[in-house]
Design a protein around this ligand. Structure first.
Ligand SMILES: Nc1nc2c(ncn2[C@@H]2O[C@H](COP(=O)(O)OP(=O)(O)OP(=O)(O)O)[C@@H](O)[C@H]2O)c(=O)[nH]1
Ligand SMILES: [Mg+2]
Length: 418
């Protein structure tokens, strides 16, 4: 069997050329429109390419010359599947002929798959390569004049799911600070990128010491780790700092929520109040006003249910907390985290607390969150274990997680550039 490509200004013209050479029994495997040459779309040449197969077996008696009877030209979109079926039936005939001639059989599956690998698979891989090149081109086209070191910063950031415009801002900062030949030095560029990321996170103001009845509330979507984090914070306050601590839960909605915190409170010997209404919240805060810190756990609310968030807001207003931590999972995408932030903004969060960094693949979305909210990050949690898996957040530690300098580069490359 032979496979050949025929071209023409139209599909009809290409098919006619095919019939001239291969005769009536040739089958069309694929038809595609090709654009060639030209610069920026000017001077392009467009033509149609037809991939055809032709059976050269001895049983084929038809000569490869133009037939006198009228021809039926296939349409440009001739069905590839139909063509393959035709081809399969030819191979079936050939197989029977081979069998009678005691030659080794050729199965239909083998024949069809060889056609696929010869023509269709090759075309598919050409298309894949072209798409890959286009994607790379688009990625780098925004910064054609930048050094390789700066492009590396951009690629590392976007690979870590930092949004493109944020990544470009950071690259711009590096370029402005270094410029010229210094911007070719990967080591120097990495350091500027790292400190520019760290500076994007504002620090939380320090708490005034010796103040009683300091109220800390945690709010956020369902299942992000609010209750676990309240337990971690309360344990550290009591066991590490030696504070007098109390717990309030306003989560009377989810089955088992009260038991979850009660079990912890019993083990840690911390008093716990369960409040069902905003008035009960006010009473509970008053009751614990002599404690150093009162931690409030709240019911998880979906960002898609704004009325439920407003209802939660009544409890928060009643508690009038010093700190409202919006708890967000590191597993959220940039768009989810921004959506959640917008929906919970009404609760006036003044801290962002990121959980489950141990599970997250990348943390680039934190830069989007920092840019949109301008709220300080308080803690990150990196595991289920109470009270161990929690750390105070700082610009440096977040930058290290987003842009792991050195580890993202091959060391030899860095040294060569330094
Ligand atoms: N891997 C990991 N799991 C965590 C972390 N923090 C909490 N979890 C787990 O996340 C799950 C949900 O935690 P909860 O504390 O119940 O979450 P919540 O926000 O109170 O949930 P709701 O009250 O239902 O809204 C539990 O299995 C926790 O053990 C963390 O930092 N890392
Ligand atoms: Mg909870």
């Amino acid at each position: 069997m032979r496979i050949k490509k025929f071209t023409g200004a139209t599909a009809k013209e290409a098919v006619e050329k095919m019939r001239q050479e291969f005769g009536e029994e040739a089958v069309v495997l694929n038809t595609r429109r090709v654009t060639k040459g030209g610069v920026l779309g000017i001077g392009n040449e467009e033509y149609v390419e037809v991939t055809a197969a032709y059976d050269e077996s001895p049983m084929r008696v038809q000569p490869r010359v133009q037939q006198s009877r009228p021809q039926q030209s296939p349409s440009a979109g001739e069905d590839v599947l139909g063509s393959l079926r035709q081809l399969a039936s030819k191979f079936e005939e050939k197989r029977k002929a081979d069998a009678s001639a005691k030659r080794p059989p050729v199965t239909i599956a083998q024949a069809v798959s060889s056609v696929e690998s010869d023509a269709l698979k090759q075309e598919l891989s050409e298309v894949k390569n072209a798409l890959g090149e286009i994607a790379q081109h688009i990625k780098h086209s925004k910064m054609p004049v930048l050094s390789e070191a700066l492009k590396n910063v951009y690629t590392t950031l976007t690979d870590n799911e930092v949004e493109e415009d944020v990544a470009l801002e950071i690259v711009q900062t590096c370029n402005n600070k270094l410029g010229g030949s210094a911007s070719q030095n990967q080591f120097a560029v990495d350091n500027i990128a790292y400190s520019s990321i760290a500076r994007r996170f504002t620090e939380a103001p320090a708490r005034r010491l010796g103040r009683k009845g300091y109220v800390v509330a945690l709010v956020g979507p369902t299942g992000v780790g609010k209750t676990t984090t309240v337990a971690k914070l309360a344990s550290i306050s009591k066991l590490v700092k030696g504070e007098n601590v109390a717990l309030i839960t306003a989560d009377t909605y989810r089955i088992g929520a009260i038991d979850q915190l009660k079990t912890f409170a019993d083990i840690a010997s911390i008093p716990l109040s369960v409040v069902y209404t905003p008035d009960e919240m006010i009473a509970a805060i008053r009751k614990y006003s002599n404690c150093d810190t009162i931690y409030i756990d709240t019911v998880g609310r979906s960002q898609r249910k704004p009325d439920k968030i407003i209802e939660l807001g009544r409890f928060i207003d009643a508690a009038d907390p010093n700190e409202v931590h919006l708890v967000l999972s590191a597993n959220f995408s940039a768009s989810t985290v921004l959506d959640v932030y917008r929906k919970f903004k009404g609760l006036k969060p003044n801290r962002l607390l990121i959980t489950k960094t141990d599970e997250a693949v990348s943390l680039g979305m934190l830069l989007s969150l920092a840019r949109s909210s301008n709220i300080p990050f308080s803690f990150i949690t990196n595991g289920q274990s109470v009270p161990d898996d929690i750390e105070p957040a700082s610009g440096e530690m977040l930058a290290k997680m987003i842009y792991p300098v050195g580890s993202s580069r091959d060391k030899a490359g860095v040294e060569a550039n330094a």
